[in-house]
Design a protein around this ligand. Structure first.
Ligand code: SF4
Length: 723
């Protein structure tokens, strides 16, 4: 396509920020992206873009971007590894030198300590092809399953519960189907800020189609303005609230008997476990008025088409799996699965978190959620990757949260980080720092030297979404094209090319009897290899998704894709109810730490901030703020803009206050994007026992007014840069 300016053109691609997966038209003149729009014909976003998609992609040109490979000047020692943001501490090297260095060190450690001394963080911002190749490298060359990505930190609870109860962890329905719902629940999701285009569709469902919303959330998020009911629960009381609704639905005989008989099992056991969740009991533990629980139960149960949307507020908990089960139980109880406008819809955070999971960047599963400890599956991948029989590791690998805590002599010694930023995204960052220091080798592959890359021995400069080809899979399972629109900046390279080059060098050193394929010419060949191994991607061919993406499962070359799942059956046959108990949060408030800290995102920023803090978004929302309810602010005479020290048992941060009723009394909220006041210095690293996801959403803190001089100086933020 051409644009109206001389020497200009338009390249169509997919947004690099959130899981909505909006279609972007990049307007380019002389290899410079000067404007971003979206086609009105877009099936995903109908021409709408949020502020990040429209104005936030200028990180591509940020002067702090690293576009040549780097090696640390002073070699790092385990136990004394330090951070190096300053370029003076690195020396620029050729790709050959950087990759030879990385291959030498990786192979040295592997041959000395074995495969389980190696680990990798894959990347939900990278393409399916990048993720597929990194897990192939780690598994086929180092014979370990120690590879994971940020899904562990966002939706692991949802994934475990959905797989156990239904057999698939993906969003069951298409987000835009919300206009077909009569009633839908939004819980643990600040949808208007985290998935703004889906929020527009939700608002349309209310304004134009008369749908009713039930919001269950400790914050008065924007969607409350459109809701029929808001249940302001205490953080961590989700199981109680949703089981309370189930209790009312059962007591009042409002459940879907036919659906339950035909398509589910373990209803009687579940029914018994719901006995205790009377509205009175639920009110006592959740703080939600008992009548609101009854009203919400009746409203949802009487809907012809009811849907449930949720995000991190549900899953980032030591009870994340149980929380998700409580939602699944509610959908099964009311027969709201397998039809248009219904469904269980975990809203995925990053642009390609669904795809990174599908591509096998998971410690327990190969691509397509095929279990690593299943012998038939292992044999299938051995054949596909040309590995000797029995060569692939049958043991589950370490999760994201376990990788760092296993960094010690005898444990993980070498870590390869592609595009992730654990030193912002891990809980209890002071402890994570100690673990990072113990690494023997750290390879960072990214756009910027972020808080994690600054610990690295070697830095491999990758390209942005606009400089490479590939595919992303959005939150509703749509595999979409990512198109190279401009030339890579400097000497940077696509992740898939870096991985192939490194893999060939490692293979040369290891001299395996059989060699795998690493000489791909284009990501379409990688996608085709993945499609041969993953039944749900079998029909996803590069040429088929040039204009409009396809929603998995796409079972063959003629299959049209699947807008909603479970029409006739569930992957495990009958769906399972799970009986539940309510347990309080891991670290309840007490006299010393009287408030609960809740963390999350804001519209302008994205996750660890590696992209948005290097874009104009950082001018729109330049510093971390803590939301405090007027009742909690009052007793210390705290006013908006005062400097506040927030302290937990693990750390402290200083940041400005916003006094607002957006958060309920007893709860403060901090966004987690800001390195200079990192919310994860405070958060609790206790894990959900099944999903291994940390309790990011609730820990005990105290607040104290301090001098404005104690605020971290914005200009001291070392990673910021301008043009
Ligand atoms: Fe990009 Fe998400 Fe915004 Fe769409 S809603 S433009 S995908 S950040």
């Amino acid at each position: 396509m051409t644009d109206y300016l001389p020497n200009s053109r338009i390249a169509s691609t997919t947004c690099p920020f959130c899981g909505v997966g909006c279609n972007l038209d990049l307007h380019i003149q002389d290899d410079f992206i000067y404007k971003v729009t979206s086609p009105f014909t877009s099936i995903v976003n109908q021409g709408n873009l949020c502020v990040k998609g429209r104005f936030g992609t200028d990180f591509i040109y940020n002067k702090k971007r690293i576009t040549t490979p780097l090696i640390r000047k002073i070699p790092q020692r385990p136990g004394a590894r330090t951070q190096a943001f300053n370029l003076d501490e690195w020396r620029p090297v050729s790709w050959d030198e950087a990759l030879e260095f990385a291959a030498d060190r990786l192979v040295e450690i592997y041959q000395r300590d074995g495969g389980d001394a190696m680990a990798a963080y894959s990347c939900a911002k990278a393409t399916n092809e990048d993720n597929y190749l990194l897990q192939k490298l780690i598994r086929s060359l180092f014979r370990t399953n120690n590879i994971d990505h940020c899904t562990r930190l966002c939706h692991a609870g949802s994934v475990v519960a959905l797989q156990k109860a239904i057999g698939s962890a993906a969003m069951s329905n298409t987000a835009s189907e919300v206009v077909n719902s009569d009633v839908f629940i939004i819980t643990g999701s600040n949808t208007a800020e985290t998935h703004p285009i889906i929020a527009i569709q939700m608002k349309n469902a209310v304004k134009e189609h008369g749908a009713k919303i039930i919001v269950v959330d400790p914050r008065r998020v924007e969607m409350v303005n459109y809701a029929t009911l808001w249940l302001p629960e205490k953080p961590g009381s989700d199981v109680a609230v949703f089981s309370g609704m189930a209790h009312v639905i059962i007591k009042e005989n409002l459940y879907d008997k036919e659906f339950i008989d035909e398509r589910t099992e373990y209803f009687e056991e579940f029914k018994q476990s719901m006995e205790k969740f009377t509205p009175e009991y639920v009110e006592s533990v959740s703080g939600v008025d008992r009548q609101l629980i009854i009203d919400a139960a009746r409203l949802f149960a009487n809907a012809e088409r009811g849907a449930i949307y949720w995000a991190l507020g549900i899953s980032q908990s030591t009870h994340g799996t149980d929380n998700a089960h409580s939602l699944i139980n509610l959908a099964l109880l009311t027969g709201n699965l397998g039809r248009l406008g219904t469904g269980l819809n975990p809203l995925r955070g990053q642009n390609n978190v669904q795809g990174a999971s599908d591509s096998g960047a998971m410690p327990w599963q190969y691509p397509g959620y095929q279990e690593v400890d299943n012998e038939d599956v292992a044999i299938k991948f051995e054949k596909a990757w040309n590995i000797e029989p029995g060569g692939l590791n049958r043991q589950r690998g370490l999760t994201t949260t376990e990788i760092l805590s296993h960094v010690h002599p005898g444990g993980v010694r070498a870590l390869y980080i592609m595009g992730e930023n654990p030193m912002m995204s891990e809980p209890n960052l002071n402890l994570a720092h100690k673990h990072m220091q113990q690494l023997e080798l750290l390879i960072a592959q990214d756009l910027f030297i972020n808080e994690s890359g600054s610990y690295a021995d070697v830095f491999l400069p990758a390209v942005t979404f606009a400089e490479k080809d590939g595919t992303f899979t959005n939150t509703d399972r749509r595999v979409q094209i990512v198109r190279q629109a401009i030339q890579p900046r400097g000497n940077s390279r696509p992740d898939w090319k870096i991985i192939c080059d490194l893999a060939q060098r490692i293979e040369k050193r290891l001299k395996p009897k059989n060699t795998a394929i690493w000489d791909y010419q284009h990501p379409s060949e990688i996608l085709a290899e993945m499609g041969n191994l993953v039944p749900s991607y079998k029909g996803v061919k590069y040429e088929r998704i040039q204009e409009i993406g396809l929603q998995t499962p796409v079972l063959d070359d003629n299959h049209p894709g699947t807008p909603f799942l479970y029409k006739d059956s569930f992957p495990i046959g009958k769906a399972k109810f799970f009986g539940l108990n309510y347990y309080p949060i891991d670290e309840p408030p007490n006299e010393e730490f009287p408030l609960i800290l809740n963390t999350g995102r804001v519209l302008e920023h994205w996750h660890g901030g590696t992209l948005t803090r290097h874009s104009w978004m950082d001018d729109l929302y330049p510093e971390a703020l803590v939301e405090i309810n007027p009742l909690d602010a009052g007793w210390q005479e705290i006013r908006t803009s005062d400097a506040i020290k927030v302290t937990s048992r693990r750390g402290e941060v200083v940041l400005r206050a916003i006094v607002t009723e957006k958060t309920i009394p007893g709860v403060v909220f901090i966004p987690f994007h800001f390195a200079e006041a990192a919310a994860n210095l405070l958060t609790n690293d206790a894990l959900d026992p099944e999903a291994k996801i940390p309790e990011f959403k609730a820990c005990a803190v105290k607040i104290e007014k301090v001098s404005l001089e104690d605020l971290p100086a914005r200009d001291n933020y070392q990673l910021r840069g301008r043009y």
